[in-house]
Write a protein that binds this ligand. Structure first.
Ligand code: FMN
Ligand code: PLP
Length: 224
């Protein structure tokens, strides 16, 4: 067995900005917004990258990275975390059968983690269309070409599928419309639990869990 070397966590692992005791606000979305703004300022790339865990019919979990593409504001009827994908992918199939999921952010530059759990619902077609239209044209073509998660014989087969889609919708220079494929859309996870974790010296980390209660969110701390 090899033992991967890991950063020791002595009396104060250097992180920028330094983690200190914090007073959790009443609303976890406010706290998420603050932490996400810090992550956006400090992470070298993809502060919106999050792992997405789903569950197969036999109960086996599976996990992969996706990008967070929206967090609902206070005006929304149900505030959630939005991501997009191919509905016929492995995760798409698992969410169709069991629409519950978990998300996990880890921002190394901050040494902070956020875990989000809850039921998942499809986003409205209009919302998905609007997001799809904002993507790079090449990525929109790519979504038509990729049978995500299914076996691919070789790279030239994928390139041929991209060529087919490009012929169908016109080359880049024409900038013709590329509609959203029916098999590509988004999901909204509306949390029933959000946990914030920040590293503290000697592994005595801060953990604060939020859960919906009567009349608003309630929170409590957990041992590290
Ligand atoms: C940083 C990062 C972000 C990603 N974002 C997405 C995404 O938003 N949507 C997506 O479908 N796949 C995304 N992927 C690819 C997925 O991790 C995964 O390979 C793909 O969705 C197939 O997963 P599945 O077979 O479990 O359905 C991303 C990968 C990485 C490393
Ligand atoms: C296959 C796939 N789909 C969707 C996305 C979401 O990102 P975007 O809409 O910015 O392309 C990603 C991001 O890495 C991805 O890899």
């Amino acid at each position: 067995m090899t033992t991967p070397s890991s950063t020791p966590n002595p009396g104060g692992a250097g992180s920028e900005p330094a983690n200190r005791d914090f007073v959790p606000p009443g609303d976890p979305f406010d706290l998420f917004g603050d932490w996400f703004a810090l992550a956006t300022a400090h992470e070298p790339n993809d502060p919106n990258a999050m792992s997405l865990a789903t569950v197969a019919a036999d109960g086996a979990p599976s996990v992969r990275m996706v990008l967070l593409k929206g967090v609902d504001g206070a005006e929304a009827a149900a505030r959630g975390f939005v991501f997009y994908t191919n509905l016929e992918s492995r995760k798409g199939g698992e969410l169709a059968r069991n629409p519950r999921a978990a998300l996990c952010f880890y921002w190394k530059s901050l040494r902070r983690q956020v875990r989000v759990e809850g039921p998942v619902t499809p986003v409205d077609p209009d919302e998905a269309d609007a997001y799809y239209a904002s993507r790079a044209r090449g990525s929109r073509i790519g979504a038509w070409a990729s049978a995500q998660s299914r076996p691919l014989a070789d790279r030239p087969t994928l390139e041929a599928a991209v060529d087919d889609a490009t012929r169908r919708f016109g080359p880049e220079e024409t900038d013709g419309p590329v509609p959203r494929p029916p098999h590509w859309s988004g999901f909204r996870l509306v949390p029933w639990r959000i946990e914030f974790w920040q590293e503290r010296p000697y592994r005595l980390h801060d953990r604060v869990v939020y859960e919906p209660g009567r009349g608003g969110w309630r929170h409590h701390r957990l041992y590290p």
